[in-house]
Design a binder for this molecule. Structure first.
Ligand code: IPM
Ligand code: MN
Length: 360
């Protein structure tokens, strides 16, 4: 009997549903070709539902998600909802409650895609950021004292336990080993100022590396220097591991050097539980319903999803199909204006790539 995987789809807000439709189309094409089944359930969680019902997530949401093998997310963020409500109430809640403690963000420049970095090509830009995804500055620990007065105090704490750091580092070391590229793991921190939290990270990094990963070279870079090297010498990186906040920041830079938000994908992973895959760009509300947004980021997120399910061949095929499209010369760039100039659309790009999936 064919293998079957239960997948939860959360199209979300803005152009999320449009790109996710194409992402789902492409992974379904791959499932068909490689002989497994995706049993898809769609959830209408997002800004529109919140405005209609006053509820961000139904009570059963997290338990329902637990019953799936993976989650495929479009985008969260609605122009009529105060910033933070949906992000915290959906995206961060799912990440936290399902303990998706790794945020995996590949930074890979594909042939045929422009990078803003002069004289750099696909041979220079191919690394992975392992962002800790469950703690740090994102826990919400903190508060106000004397709010609204001239003496107001605001505190937001960066929390890390040894356990949280260790499980993230272990994943990152294993990732470097599995990639087998330069077998280098770079810890990105700020040990010169954040002398508690990143001291813990640095000690844990070297202890684990010495003991369990002697085959992986260890490097260290402060976060500010990391951003500099990412632009100046991106080829120095293989796998970067870092805390939640720094990871958030450097992966937007990573997305830019790999060609933009339109192509950057990420996975929120719980290696022992249910993981969620998403294009990392936002919901681009002003283009909602226009069928002009590039679905590539979502399609590459689909590739990561298949890989995570253990369907490595299908995942590799989705990547080949995406690359075939990028190299076809059909698009001069990844922006909305490029898609329009080429006479293409979100749907047409999805159709083309789904078709390549049956052939390449
Ligand atoms: C991301 C986003 C989120 C984050 C926001 C929307 C909460 O920027 O996935 O990188 O900060 O993690
Ligand atoms: Mn971000």
């Amino acid at each position: 009997m064919a293998k079957k995987y239960a997948i939860a789809l959360i199209p979300g807000d803005g152009t999320g549903p449009e790109v996710l439709r194409e992402g789902a189309k492409v992974i379904q094409a791959a499932a068909q070709r490689f002989g497994f089944k995706l049993d898809i359930t769609e959830y209408d969680w997002g800004g529109d539902r919140y405005l209609r019902t006053g509820e961000v997530l139904p009570e059963s949401a997290i338990d329902e998600l637990r019953m799936h093998e993976a989650i495929f997310l479009g985008a969260i963020g609605h122009p009529d909802v105060k910033p933070g409500i949906l992000e915290k109430g959906i995206l961060l809640r799912v990440r936290f409650e399902l303990d998706q403690y790794i945020n995996l963000r590949p930074v890979k420049l594909y042939p045929g895609v422009d990078t803003p970095i002069k004289d750099k090509g696909p041979e220079h830009i191919d690394f992975v950021v392992v962002r800790e995804n469950s703690s740090g500055l994102y826990t919400g620990v903190g508060g106000f004292v004397q709010k609204g007065t001239p003496h107001e105090i605001a505190v937001q704490q960066m929390i890390y336990t040894r356990h949280q750091v260790d499980r993230c580092l272990r994943y990152a070391f294993q990732c470097a080993r599995k990639r087998n590229k330069t077998n280098t793991l770079t810890l990105c921190g700020k040990t010169n100022v954040l002398t508690y939290v990143y001291d813990l990270w640095e000690r844990a990094f070297h202890e684990m590396g010495t003991k369990d990963f002697p085959d992986i070279k260890r490097e260290y870079a402060h976060v500010d220097a990391t951003t500099m090297w990412m632009v100046k010498n991106p080829e120095w990186f293989d796998v970067i591991v870092t805390g939640n906040m720094f990871g958030d920041i450097i992966t937007d830079l990573g997305a830019m050097i790999q060609g933009g938000m339109g192509i950057a994908a990420g996975g929120n992973l719980n290696p022992e539980g249910v993981s969620m895959f998403e294009p990392i760009g936002g919901s681009a509300p002003k283009y909602t319903g226009q069928n002009v947004i590039n679905p590539l980021a979502c399609i590459f997120a689909g590739q990561m999803l298949l890989d995570h399910l253990g369907e490595a061949e299908a995942a590799a095929c989705v990547e080949r199909a995406g690359v075939t499209f990028l190299q076809s010369g059909k698009l001069k760039g990844l922006a909305v204006s490029d898609i329009q100039a080429a006479g293409l659309s979100t749907t047409k790009i999805g159709d083309l790539i789904a078709d390549y999936v049956t052939k390449v």
